[in-house]
Design a protein around this ligand. Structure first.
Ligand SMILES: Nc1ncnc2c1ncn2[C@@H]1O[C@H](COP(=O)(O)OP(=O)(O)OP(=O)(O)O)[C@@H](O)[C@H]1O
Ligand SMILES: [Mg+2]
Length: 338
């Protein structure tokens, strides 16, 4: 049995003017110790999917269908209090904006020990020692000396590390990290991704890494789901996604990942057109208006995920990208920004 099994998850927002189709029947399985990337442009529904899974959608949002089984229990059917227990301990989330999750008037040490005392029943001294060890694990130098510091005394990269330390303090079975490195420079980003990667290996923790940057998942996630307009449009082992992207949107994302290889300066190609307005979803493929491969069928009939090339590679497209159109440059050994 998978650790996490999401089926047909659907989320709607009711606003005064319209209904927003934020998440449209997404599904996936995740095993213990496995890492999954969810990648797509701003507004495609990544954060909302995660919040819906954990029962913490903003007020205007509601789950209108689907199931989210964690260890065989549907989280969407659990009473609030039970769900809160699971969120505190078995599933941890790193939110997109770290300052909203850190308390500015409590020291870093106190924020860490509070969780340890509450969820793991540690006494004060043990918790303090554990807090220092956690900070050290995520790469904060002289951690024991920094327990008395406040969040504003830490740099952005360090705050992000503290967030990770807090998230892993109760040894969760699943960590959901929403854009954990977006605001950081490339070197710090690489270090933090390395921390996350090591944690999945050492603790056998499952990881969902949410990002708009395909380069970020390259070195970290075994599998990646590409999201467009609230749907998964392609899912494959990450290496395959880089070597054989079959959805035109995935190809577009790849072409917009910068390379570190300075020898061949290629032009980055942004994807033309605007993301889909989620207030109206006409029939047909949501990407069709921006797609070079679109045909009349794409505009009339919605493509569903189906296997292509191999059993572990799925794409929702009537006209998958042919081999001849895949530039050679994209291999996992050279993922670009990561
Ligand atoms: N409180 C809300 N009320 C109405 N619509 C919302 C609300 N929150 C999110 N949405 C809509 O849901 C959709 C998905 O938003 P979401 O935050 O999941 O995007 P995202 O993929 O995480 O983007 P980003 O990369 O910018 O974080 C968007 O179209 C957004 O406008
Ligand atoms: Mg988001």
């Amino acid at each position: 049995m998978a650790l996490l099994s999401v089926r047909d998850l659907e989320v709607r927002f009711s606003t005064r003017k319209a209904t927003v189709h934020a998440v449209n029947q997404i599904g996936f399985d995740l095993e213990s110790g496995e890492s999954l990337g969810i990648v797509g442009e701003s507004g495609c529904g990544k954060s909302v999917s995660a919040l819906a899974m954990l029962g913490i959608l903003p007020k205007a949002g509601r789950v209108t269908g689907g199931s989210v089984e964690f260890g065989g229990v549907d989280l969407l059917k659990l009473p609030d209090q039970k769900l809160r227990q699971i969120r505190g301990k078995d599933i941890a989330m790193i939110f997109q904006d770290p300052m909203t999750s850190l308390n500015p008037v409590l020291t870093i040490g106190r924020q860490l020990t509070e969780t340890l005392e509450k969820h793991l029943d540690m006494d004060k001294d043990v918790a303090k020692k554990e807090a220092a060890e956690l900070l050290e694990r995520v790469g904060i130098p002289r951690a024991a000396d920094r327990l008395g510091d406040y969040p504003h005394q830490f740099s952005g990269g360090m705050r992000q590390r503290v967030m990770i330390a807090m998230a892993i303090s109760c040894k969760p079975k699943l960590l959901i990290a929403d854009e954990p490195t977006t605001a950081l420079d490339v070197t710090i980003q690489a270090q933090i991704l390395e921390v996350l990667k090591n944690l999945t290996a050492e603790e056998h923790m499952a990881l969902i890494l949410i990002t708009h940057d395909l380069g970020v998942v390259a070195g970290v996630c075994e599998r990646t789901n590409v999201m467009y307009a609230g749907k998964f449009v392609e899912t494959a082992p990450t290496a395959k996604l880089f070597s054989k992207p079959r959805h035109p949107y995935t190809l577009g994302l790849l072409k917009s990942v910068p390379r570190l290889d300075a020898a061949r300066k290629e032009r980055l190609e942004p994807i033309a057109g605007l993301p889909r307005d989620l207030r109206t979803l006409p029939p047909g493929c949501s990407f069709a208006p921006r797609c070079l491969y679109a045909t009349d069928r794409s505009r009339a009939e919605t493509p569903e995920l189906h296997t292509i090339d191999s059993d572990d590679h799925l794409v929702a497209c009537w006209n998958p990208v042919p081999d001849a159109d895949i530039p050679e440059r994209h291999s996992l050994e050279d993922p670009g920004a990561s």
